[in-house]
Design a protein around this ligand. Structure first.
Ligand SMILES: [Zn+2]
Length: 132
């Protein structure tokens, strides 16, 4: 099993043999106007919301995890035109649509308990022996 070179999703071996095979999810253009209103990142995702989440995850990893500290960023998502045309033919409806998402994250603290073996003096037993 290897990740697809284009979309990075896991591709199962049997996709090549007996099934129609792997098809990359739609390609989206995503940007965060607050930080950069020129460039749009290309992201493969099942839908616009997932594209926004993937962008937010990547953004937060690159900018010192400010979103885990409570920052919300607004991102814009739209379809990548070439990918859209290859799937929808000549249809243009939906191509101009821009979605906006408020993205935030959270760091979930995790706690662990591991039993420590300690020796306990059994006082009852020692009392018993003196009563006998
Ligand atoms: Zn793919």
């Amino acid at each position: 099993m290897e990740p697809c070179e284009k979309c990075n999703e896991w591709v199962y071996d049997w996709d090549n043999d007996c099934s129609p095979g792997h098809r990359c999810p739609p390609l989206w253009l995503v940007q965060c106007p607050k930080y950069d209103d020129e460039d749009w990142d290309k992201i493969y995702a099942q839908d616009a919301e997932v594209a926004a989440e993937k962008f937010a995850e990547e953004h937060d990893r690159n900018y010192s995890h400010t979103m885990m500290g409570g920052e919300t960023i607004v991102v814009r998502v739209r379809r990548e035109p070439d990918d859209y045309n290859s799937r929808e033919g000549l249809a243009t409806a939906g191509l101009d649509k821009i979605w906006e998402f408020a993205c935030n994250g959270e760091a979930i603290p995790t706690y662990y308990a591991t039993e420590i073996m300690i020796e306990v003096k059994d006082e009852k037993d020692s009392r018993k022996t003196t009563d006998d």
